[in-house]
Design a protein. Sequence first.
Length: 37
Amino acid sequence: MEFNKLRKMELHARNVLMILAQRYQERLLSRTRLLLV
């Protein structure tokens, strides 16, 4: 049971990191767009 808990937490953390990375990339893209325009 403990192993399953850790596994779920790991998957959740990975999802959160992926979402944060996507938001960060979008922010960088919008900034470079502003600079280019």
